[in-house]
Design a protein around this ligand. Structure first.
Ligand code: CA
Length: 225
């Protein structure tokens, strides 16, 4: 089961697919327009997006490019147009797969599961930095074998840093990549979450072990051993 965002202007299709995917255990939100869909994609961070190419306000391909500028969320494009000539540019623009109309919820569900299997496996490996283990599949983190009680956001920050051990990550980068705020956002938000995370790791800013502040730049996660 996954959080699916369906961007589709046809109310009949939208209603039928929402029902069909929910029956198959997915959580489904939907939008009838490209721009509202983009807003939901950034705000709700779904696991996968099903995108109709023929939308009233914006070409689906254009939306896909805008989406790819801010997110790597898997996208399945739904189209009435068939054939390689029509689909190649769409796949080049960053779609992970496509379905041709008319299609059933069962067919779409099979595609969704295949895409999620394919896209989640490489980054789903547990990360280890010293005694810290971050498991993105289970969304759990342990330090020296003890589970850390993290909020979803703290987990995302820790996972992002653990994927880049020893690398300085700026607050801006965290706001863009973890908070998914493409511009704006407050550095203070990041600092507050880092200080909570630091406390849960059992360390302080003045005597860090894993989480090191690089003054005026950002933060890095290092193996203390
Ligand atoms: Ca349409």
């Amino acid at each position: 089961m996954a959080d699916i965002l369906l961007i589709e202007d046809d109310v009949t299709i939208r209603t039928a697919l929402t029902r069909g995917l929910r029956e198959r255990g997915h959580a489904v939100s939907s939008s009838p327009t490209a721009l509202d869909g983009l807003r939901l994609a950034v705000q709700d961070r779904p696991d996968l997006i099903v995108l109709d190419l023929g939308l009233p306000d914006l070409d689906g391909k254009e939306l896909l490019r805008m989406l790819r500028a801010v997110s790597q969320v898997p996208v399945i494009v739904a189209t009435a147009r068939d054939g390689d000539a029509a689909m190649v540019p769409v796949l080049d623009a960053g779609a992970d797969d496509y379905v041709v109309k008319p299609y059933t919820a069962a067919q779409l569900d099979a595609r969704i599961r295949a895409v999620l299997r394919r896209t989640s496996s490489p980054q789903a490996a547990a990360l280890e930095v010293g005694g810290l283990v971050v498991d993105p599949r289970a969304r759990t983190a342990t330090l020296d074998g003890s589970a850390l009680d993290l909020t979803p956001r703290e987990f995302d920050v820790l996972h992002y840093l653990a994927a880049r051990p020893g690398e300085v990550v700026t607050r801006r980068e965290l706001l863009t990549e973890v908070w998914q705020v493409p511009y704006g956002g407050a550095d203070k938000t990041v600092d507050v979450h880092l200080s909570w995370l630091r406390r849960k790791l059992g360390e302080t800013a003045s005597s860090p072990r894993y989480l090191h502040t690089v003054r005026g730049v950002g933060v890095k996660l290092v193996d203390p051993s």
